[in-house]
Design a protein. Structure first.
Length: 324
């Protein structure tokens, strides 16, 4: 059984194979007819217990471009709102004969539970679980960095060895930050997290990265700067620092962006809160890759689906996941 649960489960070879396969898939997007027959006759369900725009739509686009039959499930409007459990929901899907389940859930560890419970035989792909992992986001981010920092044609087979990536903001609640630290470390990049102490998780000193509280000092040494949204919906207590203080110390505006090396890019997984972690001027600048990241997400998700469901290579093998 093969699944994609965590970026930490990917070896360097796994990750490079997915990135290289995504380059092949990106060529399909340039064709007049953007479709491959690879997953004809296979059924994929998108099981979303938490809101999503980019991930849900790009998984659906990827599945359709590979000719899979697609079932979209949203917890809102389903029997989950009547109290139905994950197990019963999963077994309902199993009875319908699905081959893969793409799951987003607010509970960290839900995809791991689904993959290891024996409730279903289908391949499980994590589309974001709580504050834990979002492996396809990390892959599309690495794909975007590789294309922008190394070059589209030079990208095949290469990793991000020695590139300096700065991740800024609400690391505490960010599955994107966790997944990126894991994957970028595997690919040889040097990651620095910049955040107020209140938005860093306990144990961050054990992560394979540096930590700084000084964004201005870090920007000139960065090849890519990834801004994170402050996830107010995951906070119980009042937000500290205040929004104004946060923007002043950790927000990216044009003056700050000018401190970055000329080749360096600005990234954001979305959704952005313009005026909070990033100004509209920076978000709309040539250096900001946010729209490119969304487009690259389709290629990455096609690659993951292809390798797990249709490809011959044993590319993505689940070995372990840390439940939080
Ligand atoms: N980046 C990301 O996961 O966005 P969505 O929540 O809109 O899917």
């Amino acid at each position: 059984q093969r699944h994609l649960i965590s970026a930490a489960d990917l070896t360097r070879d796994d990750a490079v194979l997915i990135l290289d396969t995504a380059e092949e898939m990106a060529r399909v997007a340039d064709r007049p007819i953007k479709k491959l027959p690879t997953l004809r006759g296979r059924t994929v369900v998108n099981l979303f217990f938490e809101d999503s725009t980019r991930t849900r739509i790009s998984f659906e686009a990827a599945e359709k471009r590979l000719s899979a039959d697609v079932i979209n499930f949203s917890a809102k409007g389903s029997s989950v709102s009547k109290g139905e459990s994950l197990k019963d929901t999963a077994q309902t899907l199993e009875a319908m004969g699905v081959d893969a389940v793409v799951i987003r859930h607010s509970a960290s560890g839900a995809p791991y539970r689904l993959a290891t419970s024996g409730w279903i035989d289908a391949v499980v792909i994590n589309a974001g679980d709580g504050t834990h992992q979002h492996p396809t986001q990390a892959l599309l981010d690495a794909f975007t960095m590789r294309r922008r920092l190394i070059g589209r044609d030079a990208g095949l087979g290469q990793d991000l060895d020695g590139r300096r990536i700065t991740v800024v903001g609400d690391v505490l609640h960010s599955r994107v930050a966790r997944s990126n630290v894991d994957l970028l470390h595997t690919l040889g990049a040097e990651v620095t997290l910049v955040a107020p102490p209140t938005l860093l998780p306990v144990g961050v000193e054990t992560w394979p990265c540096e930590v700084s509280y000084d964004l201005d000092a870090t920007l000139p040494k960065s090849d890519a700067v990834m801004m994170l949204r402050v996830q107010r919906e995951r906070m119980n207590a009042a937000f500290f620092p205040t929004e104004r203080e946060y923007s002043r110390r950790y927000g990216l505006d044009a003056d700050r962006m000018a401190k970055m090396p000329e080749h360096a890019i600005v990234m954001h997984p979305g959704p952005m809160v313009r005026g909070m972690e990033i100004t509209a001027e920076v978000a709309d600048s040539e250096r900001c890759t946010v729209v490119e990241q969304v487009a690259n997400g389709v290629s990455i998700r096609m690659a993951v689906l292809y390798l797990l469901l249709g490809g011959n290579e044993p590319a993505v093998t689940h070995t372990r996941t840390t439940e939080e």
